[in-house]
Design a protein around this ligand. Sequence first.
Ligand SMILES: Cc1cc2nc3c(=O)[nH]c(=O)nc-3n(C[C@H](O)[C@H](O)[C@H](O)COP(=O)(O)OP(=O)(O)OC[C@H]3O[C@@H](n4cnc5c(N)ncnc54)[C@H](O)[C@@H]3O)c2cc1C
Length: 374
Amino acid sequence: MKQRTVLISGAGVAGPTLAYWLSRSGFEPTVVERSEGQRSSGNPVDVRGGAMEVAERMGVLPRLREAATSVSGLAFVDASGRRVGRIPVGKADGTELEVPRADLAAVMHDAARERAEFVFGDSITALRQDAAGVDVAFATGAPRRFDLVVGADGLHSAVRRLVFGPASDFMRHLGMYVATLQLGYPADDPSTVLMYNLPGRSVSVHPVSGNAMAAFIFRSPAIAGLDNRDTAACKQIVLDAYGDGGWELPRLLDRVRAADDLYFDSVSRVRLPSWSRGRVALLGDAASCMSLFGNGSSLAIAGAATLAGALGAAPDDPATAFGAYEAEHRVRVRPTQRGRLIAGALLVPASRGGIAARDLAVRVFGQYSAPAAA
Ligand SMILES: Cc1cc2nc3c(=O)[nH]c(=O)nc-3n(C[C@H](O)[C@H](O)[C@H](O)COP(=O)(O)OP(=O)(O)OC[C@H]3O[C@@H](n4cnc5c(N)ncnc54)[C@H](O)[C@@H]3O)c2cc1C
């Protein structure tokens, strides 16, 4: 019997995980990734809950444990660097892990590479579907036809734009921007993220795994016409936002000036009424980004396994399979508005009073467990 072909756009966290599970369900997956190779973006993300079970069934848990950071706490510092409070993060019992995103993507890619075709340095430019399949055009490769297409191409998904409509229909700016940058040196304390706040702004240094990373998260209305691939413009926005601060900011801003690989994006939520149209479906951040304060990486992994399972159960009936996937996975991603607001207030207080109140609360309720964050 002919194997069904599935084109997956995006080799981040969700794409390779889906490729692995689809191949185990008897499909023939192809993954197309815009970047030339695995991206080096090192922001740490969480693997927890159902994603841990999926990783265990893939046999990748030992590698994820090796790649995991050893962070156990987040300390707030004042302008002189004095620690004013510390809260625990993650779980010390190994039931959840914090892994640099690029390492997580690489581990999932390694698990899937023998089971799927991977095409790096290309992307989908057009999709046309009929009752029997999807014709796909690529930026550089020759056109091809697939039985199904899945967009696992992140917050700014091309598949979503081509099939469902413009980003503005589904994305909501949550009033913040984030910039991250590898510092190229180890942090003094590998177990603690340090965070310094100014009103409406936070800057943190995460030890990651020997290559510390700075994250700037700041409140701002949507900046009209901003292209986040325009590194010079993004650097200037960060420099303007943080010019007046203490702690290590002068040194970190020097790093921003010298950087050629600053990650910069809006903190946004993605919400769609339906995750599929005919033979095309969405997965991961493309379908349901919860912002960096959400649980996006774990949801991407759990969603990939659910989608592959649903397709395996109804390989010739995409409507039924996509419906089952959505019914099961939507329950997990239902927006946790309250959690996001708490995380925003805790990590990026809007005023000096808010920072003081947060620091007091952290000293009093020091065992408060922090929501997922950069
Ligand atoms: C600063 C920051 C901190 C975060 N912290 C956390 C955290 O603590 N915990 C947590 O759970 N989550 C966190 N997240 C969110 C997490 O990274 C995402 O939810 C997760 O990576 C989603 O996986 P994905 O596979 O859907 O998308 P991604 O991992 O973004 O992968 C999408 C892939 O698609 C590729 N792509 C994009 N466009 C195209 C195209 N046109 N054609 C082909 N390929 C394309 C991209 O290059 C990328 O490889 C954070 C995110 C950021 C930015």
